[in-house]
Every structure is written in C-alpha cells, then in structure tokens.
Ligand binder design. Structure first.
Ligand code: SPV
Ligand code: MN
Length: 633
C-alpha cells in the first residue's frame, strides 16, 4: 500500500473506508489518497447517496458556522467574505503544459508552476478540519448526458449547496467501474474567521484541462467553489468539443401552447439579464435555469439540465415579478440565502424585495446599519448586489416532469438575449441555423449594469453568454455550433430577445411581464402556426399576433404606437454592431469564412433598406418592403 493510502485508512473510520472501497475505481482511490496526504485533514467523511449523509452535511454547515439557521424552518444563511462576493476572473486560470497553446484570450499559467503554487497553498490546509468527499452527477444519472464527478471539500456550505443543486452520483460511480472519465474537484475554504475564508488574497481557482481537475482555494463564493457549476462548464466545453456535442450556459423550459401542446426551448443570457426569470415565467415549466448539455439523436436536438436546483440572484425578487421564487423564499423548505441582510428575528431582506429596509441587522460586512460605509466611503447596501439563493427544483410547482428524463427533452427553439438599450427589437427569429448562430448567438453583447464593477452601460461582447467559460478557441467554439446541425436535421429555430430596449427618452420600451408574450409568439412560430414579417435582420411579429397575445396572456391592450417603437429597425446601430463583431472575429485566427459571409449579407440587406427608407424603419414599411422585394433578402 502506498503512503497516501495508509494515511487515508487512518483518517477514515471503518464505515467511511468501506464506502470508498465499494467504488471499485483505483484512479478515484489514488486521487483521493494523493490529495488527502497534501491537505492533511483530521478526518475524512465519505458521502454516499443516502439521506443520512445529506443530513450529516446539512447539520455540519450549521455546526461549523458556515451557515446560520433562520426563523423559517429549512432556511439558512451563509456569508461569503467581504471581498469574496463573485467569481474571481483574474485568479481563475488554466494550467497549461509547456507545449499547448490556448491563445492570448485565455488566462493561463504553466502547469508546473501553477501546480507548485496550488500544492503549496493546499499543504496542510485542512489540519484540524474534517474533509468531505462527495459524489455527484452532471446531467441525469444513467444517461448519455451523465458525467460523474467527485468533489473534495472542507466546506460544508459548498457540500450542502451541491446536495441541493446536483443529482447524487455515488451509484453512478459504481456503474462506471474502473473508468477514468470523471471530473475531479479539490476545494478548501482555507482558514475560517467568523465562518468566512480569511486569506482571500491567496484565492486561486486553477483548471487542469488535461486531467479534468479543478483546484479552488481560500474562497467560498459558490461560483468559485461549487466544482459542478461554472468550473465543470469549462471542462465540459472541452469534452463536448472533442465528442461532438454542446455544453452551454443555457436555461431549458417547456413553453405551453394551444391545446395542451408543450414545446421546449433553451436560452442563453449573460448573468443578470433575465435568464432565471425567463425560465421561471408564469404559465410555463422549468427544466433548468443555468447550464444545459445539448446532444443530437436521429437528426433531433435534445437537451438536459446539468443541475437540479437554482443558484439565483436575489435582487428584485418580489411577489409580482417572481411569484414562484417568492413562494420558495418565504415558506418552509430548504433554502440557503447568501449575502443578504438578516434581522435579529432571523428574517432575510434583499435589494428590491418591495419591503421597508430594516434599520440594522447582519450582512456580509458584519453588523450592518443604514449609514454604513466601506473603507472607500462607499455606502454598503443592506444586501449585496450579487446576493443569492440556493433551492432545489423538485419542490417547485412549475417544475417540468421531464427534468430527470435520461433522454433529455427535444429542443425546437434556441433563444439569445442580452442587455441592449438600442439595437435589437424585443423578439426576432433568425432565417436559419447558421444565421442565428452567427448574427444572434455569436454576436451577443450585453451592457454592464451597476451590479458589475466599472462603468455602467458599456457593451461587452459575450458570445452565447459563454465567453467566461470557454476552454477552446472562440473560432472552434462557433464552428462546433455551426457543425452541430446538418441540412437534413430538424433545425431548431433561433431567436433573439431584448428585454432592455429603450426609447429616445431613455425609458424602457417594454415592461418585465412582456416576456410572457414574446415566448408565446416564439412557440407559435416554431410550430408553424403564424406568419411573420421578413426584415433584413430576421423575422419579426405581425402586429395582429402580438395584440392578440397581449390580450390573451396579460389581459392588456397592445397599442400600435408601442409596436412601432419597439419593432422599428434601427439601421445605424445594427451596422455598427456588425462592424464591432466582424472586428473581433477578424482577430480570431480560426474564424470560418461563412461567418463573415453571413455578416456581410446582413450588412447588404440593411443598406438596401436604408437606401429606400432611411435610418429608422417602422414595421409597417418593413412589411411592405418585404412583400415587394422579398427576393432581395
Ligand atoms: C452566473 O453568474 O452566470 C451564475 C452564477 O450563474 S455563478 O455561479 O457565479 O457563475
Ligand atoms: Mn450562470
């Protein structure tokens, strides 16, 4: 027996050791033994799929001080450190072997020095602590989508979050036997002070794409630590690229049409652009709100949710806009709140909850009071802008029954949306797959909000909302999307949506609930029930269809003057966008020719219409134009 194994036997009690050995996988055992020797915990707890182990973890989170019980049964709060409130992009790096190249867009360190550094940080980091070894599965278990994962962590909060967000995978490991095809995560919150990571200046997230291992240290924020979330998305994008499927930052939802018809959509939106609230729309059913795997079978596209819970932003969650989430957050049941304000009565408050802000309480800055400022004299809000809630999907009244289906659900529509004050209309449909992939998905941009650092209103390029997680080159990533669908396949329709369009006066032209109408229009379109108006950038709705849907879905009168403003084609802004996107892709060495061809065709169509009608063209004129000169498109 190697030294590492001897040590592991010492640190596990008999029962834990038995659980580990029942998984007949030498590579798994060696991996756990190796890191056990480095981080050197007092004891090792091995979790199987039992309810008992889930309870142990839940209790540990409170016993260890990483979570605090709140007044409602099942609710806890967790605080991340004052400077540990979001994904740390600067310190998240790929570990590269000397002879591999990822390109300059990627944050990377050489593997030798990166591993030396992380091993130094991990050395004895768990002494005095208990470590948890957990098994989960990305995607439904026992399916083509399944990717088994092992998470090693000393944070019971991270372990507890994963129990809520992912399907259990101990039995899945039994199924794969000696296979090496699993993802591995090693995490330590490091030294805790008042329940939070103390040494955030030494926070590191290092990703080894060769061995499918992610190391995360001196941090607790879930986006940096919950291995199965954005860290696995990076591993999965590479795996998908090698195997011919897609790993996407996408929601999956069932849209309910006439006569009980249900049509599944996926949708990609950058963070804080309405992804979760779209997935949670009233009247529809949710499969997932964040990460989807897409695979093809018999010419059809199928998608599965990688997760089975939601780690959602808790900002502007109120009774009107998010009734289902509000229900979950104010009633008994398992919820982890993070970085909100807690009153002495144990009641959580967050930004935009529609309630009066309490005078004081505790939040991520410790004791909080209304005038509290940080060291730079900036006001500290009662709840952080990136505060979150973690809940399971299973108890939700709008959960779709196909959530765990091992085949996934057939996807008929794909939606791309960003925060865009001036270009795209509220909804439009691409002419075909490549047109949608290139002019909508790959051209996605989003304006920064006060929730992100830096200036507001700056457009950021974020193709498929997956830019932060790419582990292959941008050109290859787009090529994979284009190749994914062949001529003979049942092509899903691609749509763009824009919930943030503004008029000349700077006011939003649509209201939050209008997205319920746009989604119904998309459902009717993919099922071939209605016609649409062909414009240079895609198909837009006919007034009459939207008017009928506003009445039916929202009980509201839809006015012609709103339609005209919302669906006016803004030609100068569209042309500028094409230039911006072309410039980015010209610098990407492996962009395919078709990419520029599709963009220049779009440019030509816009110029033709501008020559006839000027810079801003209302939908009635577009309709006339489309009917007369349809071939010009
Ligand atoms: C996002 O920011 O897109 C999230 C939260 O879903 S995180 O886990 O931080 O990525
Ligand atoms: Mn996300």
């Amino acid at each position: 027996m190697q030294d590492g194994h001897v040590l592991l036997v010492k640190k596990c009690n008999h029962e834990n050791y038995r659980k580990l050995m029942e998984l007949n996988n030498t590579k798994l055992h060696n991996f756990i033994a190796k890191y056990n020797e480095i981080y050197n915990p007092d004891s090792v707890y091995i979790c199987d799929d039992s309810e008992k182990d889930r309870q142990v973890i839940k209790n540990r989170a409170v016993e260890n001080g990483e979570e605090i019980n709140l007044s409602i049964s099942g609710h806890t709060v967790h605080f991340d450190g004052f400077n540990d409130q979001a994904r740390d992009k600067a310190n998240t790096k790929y570990l590269l072997s000397e002879n591999t190249e990822l390109g300059s867009n990627f944050n990377a360190v050489y593997k030798g020095s990166g591993l030396d550094e992380i091993h130094r940080y991990l050395k004895d980091i768990m002494s005095g602590k208990e470590v948890f070894v957990l098994f989960f599965c990305l995607g439904p278990t026992n399916s083509e989508f399944s990717i088994p994962c092992v998470q090693i962590t000393d944070s019971s909060y991270v372990a507890h979050s994963e129990y809520i967000l992912y399907r259990r995978g101990y039995e899945q490991f039994k199924r794969i036997g000696e296979s090496n095809h699993f993802f591995r995560y090693v995490h330590s919150a490091g030294v805790l002070e008042k329940g939070v990571s103390k040494n955030v200046d030494r926070r590191r997230v290092y990703i080894d794409l060769e061995d499918n291992i992610v190391y995360s240290v001196n941090t607790q924020y879930a986006g940096n630590t919950v291995g199965l979330k954005k860290l696995s998305l990076r591993l999965a994008i590479q795996k998908a690229s090698q195997e011919g499927w897609l790993a996407e930052h996408m929601l999956i939802m069932g849209v309910h049409g006439p006569d009980g018809r249900k049509t599944y959509f996926t949708g990609a939106f950058p963070s804080a652009c309405g992804k979760t609230s779209t997935a949670m729309l009233k009247g529809e059913t949710i499969i997932g709100d964040d990460i989807a795997y897409l695979r093809k079978k018999d010419g059809k596209v199928y998608a599965a949710n990688v997760e089975c819970g939601i780690f959602g932003i808790i900002r502007d969650v109120n009774t009107i806009d998010d009734p289902v989430i509000w229900e979950a957050l104010t009633n008994e049941g398992e919820v982890i709140f993070s970085n909100v304000l807690i009153t002495k009565e144990g009641i959580p408050y967050w930004l935009g909850d529609g309630r009066e802000i309490p005078e004081k309480g505790i939040n991520y800055s410790g004791e909080w009071y209304k005038e509290k400022k940080d060291s730079q004299e900036n006001q500290i809000f009662h709840s952080h802008k990136n505060a979150r809630y973690t809940v399971s999907l299973y108890p939700r009244e709008n959960v779709d029954p196909m959530l765990d289906d091992s085949d996934g659900v057939e996807i008929k529509g794909v939606i791309y949306g960003g925060r865009d004050s001036s270009i795209w209309p509220p909804v439009q449909e691409a002419f075909h797959w490549a047109h949608g992939v290139i002019t909508m998905g790959a051209s996605l941009e989003s304006e920064t909000t006060s929730a992100t650092l830096g200036k507001e209103g700056v457009r950021q390029f974020n193709p498929m909302s997956n830019l932060d997680f790419l582990s292959i080159s941008l050109g290859k990533y787009i090529e994979n999307h284009l190749k994914f669908i062949d001529e003979a396949d049942d092509q899903p329709s691609i749509f763009s949506v824009n919930y943030f369009l503004k008029g000349k006066d700077g006011k939003y032209l649509t209201s939050m609930e209008d997205k319920r109408v746009w989604i119904k229009w998309m459902e009717l379109r993919v099922n071939g029930d209605i016609n649409a108006i062909k414009t240079p950038t895609g198909y837009i709705p006919d007034f009459i269809d939207i008017k009928r849907l506003f009445q039916k879905v929202l009980g509201k009168e839809y006015r012609d003057k709103d339609y005209k403003k919302q669906f006016t084609l803004r030609i100068p802004e569209n042309l500028e966008k094409i230039e911006r996107i072309s410039d980015i892709f010209k610098k990407t060495s492996d962009t395919q020719e078709i990419f520029f061809k599709v963009l220049s065709e779009q440019r030509r169509r816009l110029e033709v219409v501008r020559a006839e009608y000027g810079d801003y063209v209302t939908p009635d004129l577009l309709k006339k134009y489309g009917e007369i000169k349809i071939n010009a498109f």
